[in-house]
Design a protein around this ligand. Structure first.
Ligand code: NI
Length: 174
């Protein structure tokens, strides 16, 4: 168990497109340990997902897990995404609040495709395809953005809804 330091906005690692992971590297002890540490970090920070650049590693890896969220009917089991690609996306978008472990204390409304189809490798190095909808699709898009050097602020059509958590709880939460 080891929670890693989380890079914050301003750290160039968050703005750099990350590198694909060679399939052969996935089974190595060091790589598997990195995955475990990313999971520990996400859980320690109470995030619903974290991408490798957020722990200072410029590689195409993200982990997602949602135990409960008012916006979901069922939890999202722990999902490790290696070299994820969004291969198809809904043309309809849904707008909802997002925050980010690398952007302290802020929430903003972000439009995202209502569903996405994803191709990736899992932690065994197997090719996996899946479809995500609703909040799961939102988290997938947020994490894939990190791997391209983008954060949710870049996806806001304007900054009018940007809110500090303290005020969010008072005025914005639905
Ligand atoms: Ni984030």
């Amino acid at each position: 168990m080891a929670a890693l330091n989380v890079s914050k906005l301003g750290n160039p690692v968050l703005r750099k497109p990350s590198e694909a992971v060679p399939k052969e590297a996935i089974s190595s002890k060091a790589f598997q340990r990195l995955l475990d540490n990313m999971v520990d970090t996400m859980r320690a920070c109470e995030g619903v997902g974290i991408a490798a650049p957020q722990v200072g590693v410029s590689k195409q890896i993200a982990v997602i897990e949602v135990k409960h969220d008012a916006r979901m009917q069922q939890p999202i089991p722990l999902t490790v995404l290696i070299n994820p690609r969004i291969t198809a996306a809904a043309s309809t978008t849904l707008e909802d609040w997002e925050g980010c472990l690398s952007v302290n204390d802020l929430r903003g409304r972000v439009p995202r495709a209502a569903w996405v189809e994803v191709e990736m490798l899992n932690r065994k190095g197997e090719k996996v395809r899946f479809r995500a909808e609703g909040f799961f699709a939102r988290v997938v898009q947020h994490e894939c953005d990190h791997l391209a050097g983008r954060v949710f602020l870049d996806r806001m059509p304007n900054l009018l809804t940007l809110s500090h958590l303290e005020e969010f709880a008072r005025f914005c939460e639905e």
